[in-house]
Every structure is written in C-alpha cells, then in structure tokens.
Design a binder for this molecule. Structure first.
Ligand code: AMP
Ligand code: MG
Length: 492
C-alpha cells in the first residue's frame, strides 16, 4: 500500500551541496508510543493512518510515504565557541514539507532514523529517554506559547542503541517551520560559496521573512528580522525559567523557534548561574548567559552575510554592527515588559526595573522556586491573606515581606482591582512547567517498565500550563531534596 503525504518540497530543490539525499534506515519492529493527533490534523495528515501499522513504519523510517524526498541537511556550527566546518544532520532525515491549516510551510523530519553522510562516528540513532524528553518539553513550550519545533510522534524501534549501556532505540518525528540554522549559513560561508549564500538567504526570506523581499535592502532586513525573533525568543525563555543547555550556532534556528532539545531544563530554585548540562563544564550556557550568547550567535550569522550586504567589506561590517547593536535594547525591552507583567504591573515607571530586580535578588538569596513564586504572587495580588504561600518559598520568609510592602505601594497606584491583577498575572505565570524530576520519572517508567502512563499524564498536565488543575496539584510542586536532578545529558 502506498501512503500519500501532501508534500510540497522546496529545500530539496536548492543546490545539491546544501544536503545529501539519503533514505532512513529501516528498523526491526516499530511500535508507535505516541501520536500527536491534533498536530497531525493541523498538518493535513490522517491521524488514523498514522496510528495504523503502516503509520508506525512511516514514523520509524521503515516505509517512505509517497511524495517524500528524504534528505540530510548540511550545516556547520560553533560548538561551545569552537568552529566545526561540517556537522549536518547525522541522525535526522527531512522527509519533506507540508502546508499546514494556517498556510504555514512545515518540515517533517525523523530524528534517530539512521546514519547519513554527516554521521561521523555516530550511529544515527536516538535513545528513548531523550526522545521522550524532547517530546515533553517541546510540547510544553508550545502550550506555554513559546515559539518551538513540535513533536508529531514517537516510536520505539525494537532495536537497542549503545550508549553507556544498551538502551531502547526510538525515533521522534519533529515538525519545524524549517530546520535552517545559523550553522546552515556558516556551512556555505566557510566554503566561500557566495552564490549559495544568496540562494539560502532568498529561500529564508521567502519562507520566514517575506516582507524583507520588498525592503530597500533585503539582506539587512533579514538580519534585522532574525535579531528581532531571537531577542523575543530568549526573553520568553528567561521569563519562564528555561535553560536550553546547548546554544551552539547549529542549534539556533533562523525562524526564531526553540530547536534541538538536548540537556535542556527548567529551573526550580531561582539562581541565574544555573547550568544543568553535563557537557557544559564552564557554564557557557548558564541561564543568565543566554542573552549574551544569543547575541554572540547573531554576530556569527551576520558575519556569514557580509558578502551580501555591501561590496566593500568595511562598509558591510559597519552596517551589520549597527544592526547587531540593537539586540541588547530589543531584548531588554521585551524582557523588562515581561517581568513587569509577571509582577502584575499595568503601567510603567522608571523604578520598576529595580523593584523586579530586588524580588529576583531576594529569590536567589532565599532559594525560592522561580515558577511558584510568581504563580502564588498572583493570589497575593488579590488578597494579602495569601502572602503566606509565597513567604514559605523563601528560606527567610521576612525577605518577602519587605519587598511585598513596596510592591503593594506600587500596585496601589494603579486603577486595576486585585481580581483583575490576579487574572492578568495568572495568564503569564504558569502553574505547570516540565520539571526535571517529573521528566526523569517518566523516562524511568518507559525505559525500565515499558509503562507510558506517566508520560501520558505529564503531557496532559502540561497541555494546560496556566490552569490550576487541582487534581494534578502535585505536578506543580518542586522536587523534594532527594528528587532533585542536578545534571541533564545530551540527546545523543
Ligand atoms: P546535537 O548535539 O544533537 O545538536 O548534535 C550535534 C551534531 O552531532 C549534529 O551534527 C548531529 O547530527 C550529530 N549527532 C548527534 N548524535 C548523533 C548520532 N547518534 N549519530 C550521528 N550523528 C549524531
Ligand atoms: Mg543540534
């Protein structure tokens, strides 16, 4: 039986050095463990078909749907600051592009689908644990309203992959508005392929920044657009306590989506220096470093485009610098506005920045839980009798009292009622985030007991992060000391 996907592939029509044509490697006995039915429908795919045995074969890479033009994309990248001229999809294969119900072009990619010409020493496979982690966190981010790649499905392959021990193998079907990265541009720039860079830039403009095509200087407008979306994305991460973990240039999407969930994690206790990733020994990608690292990555992007900006190199550098110089203010504006909302302010005053910073400082000093502090603060906005629930999050509860008095004075100067303030705060301060100890418990149950009930339940809770869901109240709680996860590991 042939299965048809409504593919309309454009990346595979770009010059042949942009990718390698390669089919996924079939697996022994694919079994579907999760299908995102709503997303399937949104993409114009038939969920019943995907849930069938043929569907599992497609999602495992064993059977190719009609219309697929499978490729592994080439890219380069700075990994922890060091340039690697050739990376590429070593364990991922793009099946093709579809147009979703909103008219947006979306890539459908299998991750963990076998070796490609870019695999180097890798096996091209993914273990079940990281596949579940990416599924959970990417879908949680989507529900939180943060730009992200999505997860359409997860299958186990019936084969094991060798890591430190033998682990069940799995394939994730990832959906992205594209998989083009800063590293994709670096791949062509480092080879001096100016014609290729122009083709790629034009493709990206048509696909992600169509207004730039009509700008006076389209490539300047492209850089500006990428800067804007990164500033917004990183601000959103910071406001929700998300740590990506591996912000290499090859993990920085040109479309402004969060991509490549590896050793990512949400903070429990607030500490700007938090690092989870086991491979980030020096804290390059610590929580508080994410904005300057995003700028560093954007500088690498702009460097690639210099030949397209102006004929004289000096002029191109000066012009790109002017664009890059806007990042800090753009980030800060979005970040500060978000922080003001988190503490329930409707208006802006000069000293708000200090007010928010003093709360964050007190939280850091008192190991307060990031998510719960803001969530519970919403109740305190309506009724000071609810202060107790916030106070108890601080090692020294009086640290909150001093701040709360100043906060009430400030909010008291605004016209909104306590009820209105509470509702506004609850809409931006989630109750439920994918806490690390919960993710670890889900992985443990799936890997060791073939039990996916905890996975399903966690996904259910995280699909409505801003609702109270009293029956799932325990999921809002931070880990007990013995449950704390101190390190997360790469997706390999
Ligand atoms: P990541 O750390 O997942 O962003 O991957 C960095 C690079 O290593 C990319 O080029 C990946 O395609 C490649 N890679 C990661 N894991 C594997 C694997 N198991 N087999 C082959 N290539 C891999
Ligand atoms: Mg990557």
């Amino acid at each position: 039986m042939t299965v048809h996907f409504p593919f309309q592939n454009t990346y595979a029509a770009l010059p042949p050095n942009f990718f390698a044509r390669v089919a996924p490697t079939p697996v022994t006995s694919p079994r579907l463990i999760k299908l995102n039915r709503a997303l399937a429908v949104h993409l114009g795919l038939d969920p019943e078909l995907l849930a069938s045995p043929e569907g599992a074969e497609i999602l495992a890479g064993t059977r190719l749907p009609d219309g697929a033009d499978p490729i592994a994309m080439a890219y380069a990248g700075h990994q922890f600051g060091s340039f690697v001229p050739q990376l590429g999809d070593g364990r991922a294969i793009l099946l093709g592009e579809v147009i979703d119900a909103d008219g947006v072009r979306r890539d459908i990619q299998l991750k963990g689908s076998g070796r490609t010409p870019f695999s180097r020493d890798g096996d091209g496979r993914a273990a079940l644990g990281p596949v579940l982690r990416e599924y959970i966190v990417s879908e949680a981010m989507a529900a939180l309203g943060i730009p992200t790649t999505r997860s359409l499905a997860a299958v186990v392959t019936g084969e094991s992959v060798m890591r430190e021990t033998a682990l069940p193998g799995a394939v994730l079907t990832r959906v992205a508005s594209s998989h083009i990265r800063v590293g994709t541009f670096q791949f062509l720039a480092t080879r001096g392929d100016v014609g290729g860079l122009r083709r790629l830039a034009d493709h990206v403009i048509a696909r992600h920044y169509p207004y730039a095509a009509n700008a006076e200087r389209p490539y300047h407008a492209l850089i500006e657009g990428v800067i804007d979306r990164q500033a917004e994305l990183i601000a959103r991460w910071m406001l929700i306590g998300f740590i990506h973990g591996v912000m290499n240039t090859d993990n920085t999407s040109i479309s402004g989506e969060t991509i490549d969930y590896g050793p990512c994690a949400f903070m429990d206790q607030y500490d700007p220096a938090t690092v989870f990733s086991s491979i980030d020994q020096r804290g390059r990608y610590a929580y508080a470093n994410q904005p300057p690292i995003a700028l560093w990555n954007l500088v690498r992007f702009a460097e690639c485009l210099l030949p397209l900006l102006a004929n004289e190199k000096e002029k191109a550098i000066a012009e790109s610098k002017e664009l890059l110089d806007t990042f800090v203010a753009k980030f800060s504006t979005i970040h500060q506005a978000g922080l003001r909302k988190k503490i329930g302010l409707f208006t802006t005053r000069d000293d708000d920045k200090a007010l928010v910073q003093d709360l964050l400082d007190a939280m850091a000093k008192n190991q307060a839980d990031f998510t719960l502090t803001f969530r519970r603060l919403a109740d305190a906005a309506r009724d000071p009798a609810s202060d107790g629930a916030v106070r108890q999050l601080f090692a020294d509860p009086t640290a909150f009292d001093d701040w709360a008095a100043r906060w009430r004075q400030r909010t008291g100067s605004e016209a909104q009622s306590g009820e209105e303030r509470r509702n506004a705060m609850r809409a931006v301060n989630p109750a439920f985030i994918p806490r690390n100890h919960r993710i670890e418990a889900v992985i443990e149950a799936a890997v060791h007991r073939d039990d996916y009930a905890p996975f399903e339940e966690l996904l259910t809770v995280l699909s409505k992060p801003y609702d109270d869901q009293p029956q799932f109240a325990a999921y809002a709680e931070p880990p007990q000391p013995e449950q704390r996860v101190l390190q997360t590991f790469c997706g390999t």
